[in-house]
Ligand binder design. Structure first.
Ligand code: AMP
Length: 119
């Protein structure tokens, strides 16, 4: 299925690229929710986390390595960040192409976890 992200991968829609190799592309989110907001996507058109197959696990691992490297490169590795995957309607997933949001560069409000959500 064609999505905005598959068009970005094929180059018919531009993006502000942060990282690319044969398997993975990372670019700045067009509507940043934090001072640093990068999307990390596989070039393989996996619709969501629900469709990740066992053979995709090395790719998922590599996406985490890429996130780690981008966090270092953009100077938020030590201050902290979130790596978020939205999956399905209740999460608000808008684009049916697997992606991680890497967000940081400011104190992030607690959603789940974090010191402020515990008594
Ligand atoms: P999600 O709600 O998890 O599916 O997130 C989709 C994200 O894609 C949103 O944060 C959008 O701002 C972002 N987005 C949509 N179109 C573009 C685009 N052309 N370039 C960069 N980011 C985009």
């Amino acid at each position: 299925m064609e999505t905005i992200f598959s068009k970005i991968i094929e180059g018919s829609i531009p993006c502000n690229k942060v990282f690319e190799n044969e398997r993975i592309l990372a670019f700045y989110d067009i509507e940043p929710a934090a001072p640093v907001h990068v999307l990390i996507i596989p070039k393989k058109p996996i619709p969501s986390m629900n469709e990740v197959a066992p053979e995709d696990l090395p790719l998922i691992g590599e996406m985490h390595s890429v996130a780690q490297q981008i966090a270092k490169d953009l100077g938020i590795a030590e201050t902290g960040y979130r790596l978020i995957n939205n999956c399905g309607p209740d999460s608000g997933q808008a684009v049916s192409h697997l992606h991680y949001h890497l967000v940081g560069g400011a104190k992030l409000g607690a959603l789940v976890g974090g010191s402020s959500s515990h008594a």
